[in-house]
Design a protein around this ligand. Structure first.
Ligand code: ADP
Ligand code: MG
Length: 218
């Protein structure tokens, strides 16, 4: 294992802290997106949830492996967020954490497998398919880009940057889509022309991972 590129507990902790900061900074924007096609609570939901995650992880004494930290984060989201995004992100992070097991460190391949597990958990719970205008429209392109980059032997930081770019593109590409899942689906055709809030926050969370991995690689 090339230890210099490995992801460790500190990386995951920093990722969750960085995600909390990003969601807090973009809370009003996420809420505006949800006000257009939902009930206007996505920013507050994600902010409340990730602020609680930050607090829960701050209370850890530092001996939990990365997978366990993600499980704690996921459980925290489920218990603190009432909207659809709480159980969806909560299950996603728990599944990612379980896929990592008790390893002290992991690399790109395991990260891709963890993202796959996260997507599978979201699909299992919410039955979304690609193009339904949900968070998976950001997450699936991200894991695809991550894998392509790793297959080309690119360093982890570059691969994660490609993943977060793909997530952002995926979120932007939800604009012309008709929502088929969640509250936005109640709007039918009127959901067209708006960016999905959950895909947008998913892209923020991957950008947060990009910054954390880049900072560790430099
Ligand atoms: P709520 O819809 O309960 O108010 P939020 O506003 O926090 O919850 O989250 C809305 C986001 O959740 C949507 O933008 C979408 O990305 C995501 N979402 C909703 N339903 C599903 C589903 N069945 N599968 C995947 N993602 C979904
Ligand atoms: Mg909402």
């Amino acid at each position: 294992m090339r230890t210099e590129t490995a992801v460790r507990a500190a990386t995951v902790h920093a990722w969750m802290t960085e995600s909390a900061g990003a969601v807090r900074a973009q809370r009003d924007y996420l809420t505006q997106l949800d006000a257009a096609i939902g009930d206007g609570d996505h920013g507050t939901n994600m902010d409340r949830g990730f602020a609680a995650v930050e607090k829960a992880l701050a209370g850890q004494n530092g001996d939990l492996p990365p997978g366990r930290l993600l499980i704690v984060a996921g459980k925290t989201l489920v218990s603190t967020v009432g909207g659809a995004s709480g159980p969806l992100w909560g299950s996603a992070l728990r599944a990612a954490g379980r896929s990592l097991g008790d390893a002290e460190a992991f690399e790109g391949e395991q990260l891709a497998a963890a993202l796959d597990a996260a997507i599978a958990a979201v699909v299992d719970l919410g039955a979304a398919t690609p193009g339904d205008k949900t968070m998976i429209d950001a997450l699936i392109p991200a894991v695809d880009a991550l894998r392509r980059s790793l297959e080309s032997d690119l360093p982890l930081a570059v691969a994660v940057a490609a993943a977060s770019e793909a997530a952002e593109e995926g979120a932007r590409a939800t604009v012309p889509l008709l929502a088929r899942k969640g509250r936005a689906s109640y709007l039918g055709e009127r959901s067209i022309g708006h960016q999905d809030p959950g895909a947008t926050s998913a892209a923020l969370i991957l950008r947060a991972l990009e910054r954390v991995v880049a900072a560790e690689a430099s």
